[in-house]
Design a binder for this molecule. Structure first.
Ligand SMILES: [Zn+2]
Length: 227
């Protein structure tokens, strides 16, 4: 069984001071060029969800995702991907939209209309497994979905757990809210006794992947062999 590598980015900018979450715009475009040169197919999250676990080892395919909704994604990543007609996904935190440093609804709508999949990354980016209050948890999962749908006029099918925090209760609410797939932040969900489609894995791309050898290990899915 081979998993199609779903790469997870955060900021695409020069990282000063270093946060460990940023990839420079130059590194990002080098990575996209490398994937093109090696004839990788860029898949949308819908395509990955359909094929996950059934891909063949020799398939060269990746999917690119971006968490949190930073403004730098627009100029430094999505403009490049859209110009090349490559699909990608953006997970937004609904209470952060329009704040300084974060994309506004006008830009998010434009991205959605250009073929970027918009998913929810909760309302306030909190650690969901620790929220006892049902109505709070519902706001993070149900409300964030509705807010995005009202803004982009498209169904939101994907959820990304903030910091990968998930337990069976959270995963169950994500399913009940009508999401079809939910993604964790790293290699493994914090707990795993729920439907695999609500805990699909992603691989974080960071500053160390400036080295294309590091990046290629992730893109070829070699990291997933050790999961
Ligand atoms: Zn996040």
């Amino acid at each position: 069984m081979k998993f199609i590598p779903v790469l997870m980015y955060h900021r695409i900018h020069q990282d000063e001071p270093a946060s460990g979450l940023a990839v420079s715009p130059e590194d990002f475009s080098r990575q996209v060029e490398w994937l093109e040169k090696k004839s990788f197919r860029f898949l949308s999250l819908e395509e990955v969800a359909e094929r996950q676990g059934r891909a063949r080892l020799w398939d060269r395919a990746v999917s690119l995702t971006f968490d949190d909704g930073f403004t730098d994604n627009y100029k430094n990543a999505f403009s490049l991907l859209i110009s090349k007609a490559k699909p990608a996904a953006l997970f937004v935190v609904t209470s952060w939209v329009g704040r300084e440093g974060f994309l506004g609804w006008r830009e998010i709508r434009e991205l959605a209309d250009s073929g970027i999949t918009i998913g929810s990354h909760s309302h306030t980016h909190c650690w969901l497994p620790e929220i006892r209050d049902e109505s709070w948890l519902r706001r993070e999962i149900f409300e964030s979905k509705k807010i995005i749908e009202d803004q982009i006029r498209k169904e939101v099918r994907h959820f990304s757990y903030p910091v990968g925090g998930v337990n069976p209760r959270v995963a169950d609410l994500v399913r009940k809210a009508g999401y079809q797939v939910a993604w964790v932040a790293g290699a493994r969900p914090t707990e795993t006794n729920f439907s695999p489609q609500f805990g699909l894995r992603r691989i974080k791309v960071g500053p160390r992947d400036s080295d294309l050898i590091h990046f290629s290990i992730k893109a070829y899915g070699l990291k997933t062999l050790f999961w």
